[in-house]
Write a protein that binds this ligand. Structure first.
Ligand SMILES: NC(=O)c1ccc[n+]([C@@H]2O[C@H](COP(=O)([O-])OP(=O)(O)OC[C@H]3O[C@@H](n4cnc5c(N)ncnc54)[C@H](OP(=O)(O)O)[C@@H]3O)[C@@H](O)[C@H]2O)c1
Ligand SMILES: *[C@@H]1O[C@H](CO)[C@@H](O)[C@H](O)[C@H]1NC(C)=O
Ligand SMILES: *[C@@H]1O[C@H](CO)[C@@H](O)[C@H](O)[C@H]1NC(C)=O
Length: 376
């Protein structure tokens, strides 16, 4: 032998324990294999179904529609002042430090011209910085903010305090006027802090409104509006001799809380609604995007479920304020399309056919002795 074998052959030892030997392919083993295979397939299918129901992916069958053949929806609405407000805005609530600036820049680059913010979101300085670094002229931008204050939250309704908190928003955003300023909540707290309700100012927001009217005349705000007002509260406010009518009412509108009666009433009374949490907010967005009607329409039209919902809002005649800090989503959310009549109706009916459920209601959190939306 020229070379020794690389490995010593393993001697077969008949006295070796049986366990070390290969068993014949028995029935028992076969059953175990089959059962494991079934269990594995079951686990895989369940995981896939769960992922699908959570909207992680979507399979569309049949031919895809060509997006550029879909009709577009209005890009603007005209307010009582004559100003034209863009129908889709970037919302920046819960857009964190270090991400909101990039979201704003992505949005402006993609073609957004409307940013919906608020003093209380705590990110106006970063938004302002992003606006300053972009080259969109101020007169082509629509900036909305809302009157409120952090520690003495909602306290800055006190007419004498509104101007200082507005000035703070203006300086953080780096501008000398806002296109739209809203009373954030129909709730006013006393200046002493700790959420002590100012009952008088909460029941009757007219003095607050008069102050806002004054700030319009001063040139610091171009339009004024309300947020989270129900019909009862709107009627209470507008029964006063107002110099400027509310330009908009910003409220929660989404698949889970579509508020068809409020929408109808608002149209009859020429009050434009702005849809906040239009996708159901961060807690409900996955569920919203997985609604079968939403997915079916998305497949049929070759657009995304988020685009179906955002389009639905504009087609209902409201402004829509989707929030995202994810660049592809920011871009996606700006593109709205007219849904064919039967699809629009299908979605509208599906949204109205379950009990309405709000995502946003701080009444308990603020320990209010009533529900903010009571009497709807
Ligand atoms: N007046 C008020 O009292 C009030 C109250 C609530 C909200 N608002 C306004 O309304 C805006 C929007 O409301 P919102 O932030 O509650 O809820 P939203 O816009 O309904 O949902 C935001 C969530 O959806 C995700 N998302 C956005 N686009 C998506 C897409 N194309 N596909 C998948 N997921 C997507 C976002 O994730 P990522 O960001 O991680 O991408 C985020 O988690 C706020 O930013 C604020 O301007 C006002
Ligand atoms: C979609 O339609 C447009 C306009 O009708 C056309 O220019 C384009 O080539 C079409 N795209 C596809 C993928 O069919
Ligand atoms: C609004 O409601 C408050 C509290 O009930 C009341 O004092 C006020 O007079 C009402 N305003 C109008 C114009 O009706």
């Amino acid at each position: 032998m020229a070379f020794p074998p690389r490995y010593e052959p393993v001697p077969t030892n008949d006295e070796e324990p049986l366990a070390h030997r290969r068993k014949p392919f028995g029935t028992k083993r076969l059953i175990i294999y089959i059962l494991s295979f079934i269990a594995l397939m079951y686990a895989a299918f369940s995981a896939a179904r769960l992922a699908r129901s959570r909207g992680f992916w979507m399979t569309c069958y049949g031919p895809r529609r060509n997006q550029s053949e879909l009709a577009r929806l209005p890009t603007h609405y005209t307010l009582p002042s004559g100003d034209k407000i863009p129908s889709v805005a970037l919302g920046v609530w819960q857009a964190g430090r270090g991400e909101v600036g990039n979201a704003v820049k992505t949005a402006l680059y993609a073609g957004y011209r409307h940013i919906d913010g608020a003093w209380i979101y705590g990110n106006e300085a970063e938004v302002g910085q992003a606006l300053a670094e972009s080259d969109v002229p101020r007169d082509q931008l629509w900036l909305t903010s809302k009157a409120s204050c952090a520690l003495l939250w909602n306290n800055y309704h006190a007419p004498e305090d509104i101007e200082s908190v507005l000035d703070d928003s203006l300086s953080k955003l780096g501008t000398d006027y806002l296109d739209l300023y809203l009373i954030h909540w129909p709730v006013a707290f006393k200046k002493t802090g700790n959420n002590v309700l100012d009952e008088e100012l909460t029941a009757d927001p007219y003095p607050t409104w008069q102050k806002l009217e004054e700030l319009v005349d001063k040139g610091k705000i171009r339009n004024i509006g309300i947020s989270n007002f129900n019909i009862r509260r709107i009627e209470n406010l507008t029964s006063n001799p107002l110099k400027y009518q509310p330009a908009v009412n910003q409220v929660e509108l989404n698949f889970w809380n579509p508020q068809p009666e409020l929408l109808k009433w608002s149209k009859e009374n020429d009050l434009l609604l702005e849809a906040y949490s239009p996708l159901g907010s961060s807690t409900q967005v996955a569920k919203s995007l997985a609604v079968p009607e939403v997915k079916d329409i998305a497949c049929k039209l070759g657009i995304t479920p988020a685009q179906v919902l955002i389009s639905w809002h504009v087609q209902r005649g409201t402004i829509v304020l989707p929030k995202s800090v994810t660049p592809v989503r920011v871009v996606e959310n700006l593109h709205v399309f007219e849904l064919p009549r039967e699809d629009f109706d299908k979605l509208e009916n599906a949204a109205a056919s379950h009990p309405q459920k709000r995502v946003v209601n701080p009444s308990k959190g603020w320990k209010l002795p009533f529900d903010v939306f009571d009497g709807e």
